[in-house]
Design a protein around this ligand. Structure first.
Ligand code: BDR
Ligand code: CA
Length: 313
């Protein structure tokens, strides 16, 4: 398999952190060109800080981390401290980052990189609200045809919603941005809650992280220990869902995921269902498919891959 060049757009978040670690642990398959932070789980100052903490945890202070947009395109920021804690990365005690934040705005980094690299070679991996990606597409429409693919975590069909009864957090925070992305014509692969709620850190899986006996293994076990409490209380589930690492795992092992190429539209008007991902899973409209919408995961295969890769850091 050839190495895939990616930009990770993220709002860490413990599960974002694990996704970044998985990418940095997989240099044969993935070349991380840079990381752009966006406001989401916590405000931008914290997500930009957390992204650098995670790079340093992975032993990669050389990664360029850029701060992007500090609020959604058309509405006030909604955050998720109730899930991820006050810092967004509650759980392990990790040192303040020493590596610098890049001066260039994250949106400009995305545009510049897509123009500089060979067309059709760079994959965007959004793990938070789609504000930075939409801003880049609006500011520089020429980049759309240069993007190889957008592989994102967001939305839901059968699971419907987590932040509201009908919306998943990343899409709900910035539905206007999501609408721009899903209408962009860029090939899109979606990891919705239907998949990520099956990627649960059960006790034996958490024990396997801890048993690595490394800083990374311990930190990941402590992160998932922290944010499992929310889903256990809410859903009665067996552990924390590793939403965002599904995006990176897909780049390495697409065979672990099953889905359908369908039409996905974003609700941007209704107060009741704002941010809903209306996926035509059953093909009942004639709307053209615009996204590979995943529906299932080989979760044992996913955790075997993740644990094996984290052991490399
Ligand atoms: C998504 O929202 C955030 O809380 C997680 O990091 C993930 O990206 C799940 O709805
Ligand atoms: Ca996230």
């Amino acid at each position: 398999m050839s190495t895939r060049e990616i930009i990770i757009d993220t709002d860490p978040g413990q599960d974002d952190a694990v996704a970044i670690l998985l990418a940095l642990a997989s240099p044969d398959e993935i070349d991380v060109l840079g990381i752009t932070a966006v406001a989401g789980n916590v405000p931008l100052a914290l997500t930009a800080r957390n992204a650098r903490i995670v790079c340093e945890l992975a032993g990669r202070p050389d990664i360029a981390v850029h701060a992007g947009c500090d609020r959604p395109l058309g509405r006030p920021l909604v955050t998720a401290e109730h899930v991820h804690g006050e810092t967004g990365l509650n759980g392990p005690v990790l040192p303040d980052p020493v590596m610098p934040l890049q001066e260039e705005h994250g949106v400009d980094f995305i545009i510049r990189t897509l123009r500089a690299q060979e067309s059709g070679t760079v994959t965007l991996c959004p793990l938070g609200p789609l504000t930075n990606i939409a801003m880049a597409l609006v500011k520089a429409p020429d980049i759309a045809e240069r993007i190889a693919e957008i592989v994102l975590m967001g939305g839901a069909y059968f699971e419907v919603g987590n932040i509201t009864p009908t919306a998943e957090f990343n899409i709900y925070v910035d539905p206007q941005a999501a609408d721009i992305v899903f209408k962009s014509g860029v090939p899109i692969t979606v990891m919705p809650l239907d998949v990520t709620h099956k990627a649960l850190v059960t006790r034996p899986r958490n024990d396997a992280f801890r048993a690595l006996g490394t800083r990374v293994g311990t930190a990941v076990a402590e992160m998932t220990d922290f944010f499992e409490r929310f889903d256990k209380e809410k859903y009665g589930s067996q552990g924390a869902p590793l939403h965002d690492p599904c995006v990176i795992a897909y780049l390495i092992r697409p065979d672990l995921f099953m889905g359908r190429h369908v039409n996905v539209e974003i609700e941007t008007n209704s107060e009741l269902t704002l941010g809903m991902t209306v996926a035509d899973w059953w093909g009942v409209t004639d709307r053209a498919p615009n996204a590979m919408f995943m529906g299932d995961i080989d979760s044992d295969g996913f955790f075997a891959l993740l644990t094996e890769r984290l052991a490399r850091l």
